[in-house]
Design a protein around this ligand. Structure first.
Ligand SMILES: Nc1ncnc2c1ncn2[C@@H]1O[C@H](COP(=O)(O)OP(=O)(O)OP(=O)(O)O)[C@@H](O)[C@H]1O
Ligand SMILES: [Mg+2]
Length: 170
């Protein structure tokens, strides 16, 4: 298991120097996640949104590999361990909040962990409680991942503040 330092009641910023660190952060977030949770991912093209979601899927113990779907907007990965499914959404091609309503995420939300790539400004209406995850990409190819808890669900939840890059096995 990767060593992860956490803190409660605050936004955090985690440095992820490699894609392995990004997956490790995803696994750490899986450990905090439960059915009904909404995670909104933002950051520029190639920021690492799918990579983080891969770690999340691994941590949740879901079926299938998490990929960037070309033609699919939403994909459900059922749990292999009796936990919540992972619903992985890529909102890149969606026009806005009205179009996200059309894919009926509210049907799967209660029993799943729902992750929306390119979700900023689009997916907030799905839930008052959400974890907003904004990935910043630096010139040296490292990333800073900003985690912002929104709503009562995340109040008091100790969020990662660091991920140990020494131990980032997939
Ligand atoms: N922390 C990191 N440090 C270095 N490279 C990373 C990091 N995170 C991801 N990468 C690499 O960046 C590339 C893009 O990652 P990924 O596909 O996850 O980005 P994305 O934000 O989902 O992209 P898109 O905008 O196309 O959906 C991949 O090659 C991945 O291995
Ligand atoms: Mg992606």
């Amino acid at each position: 298991m990767t060593d992860v330092t956490t803190t409660a009641n605050a936004s955090t910023a985690v440095t992820a120097a490699t894609d392995g660190a990004m997956r490790a952060l995803g696994r750490a977030l899986a450990g905090l996640s439960r059915a009904g949770d909404l995670l909104i991912l933002s950051g520029p093209l190639g920021a690492g949104k799918t990579t983080l979601t891969q770690g999340l899927g691994r941590g949740l113990g879901v079926r299938g590999s998490v990929t960037s779907p070309t033609f699919v907007i939403s994909r459900v990965h059922p749990s292999l361990v009796g936990g919540p499914s992972l619903v992985h959404v890529d909102a890149y091609r969606l026009g806005g909040p009205d179009e996200i309503d059309d894919i009926d995420l509210d049907m799967t939300l209660p029993d799943s962990v729902t992750v929306v790539e390119w979700g900023e400004g689009v997916a907030e209406g799905l839930s008052d409680d959400r974890l907003e995850i904004r990935i910043e990409r630096h010139a040296d190819d490292s990333r800073t991942v900003h985690l912002t808890p929104v709503g009562r669900r995340w109040a008091g939840v100790a969020l990662p503040v660091a991920v140990d890059d020494e131990n980032t096995e997939d």
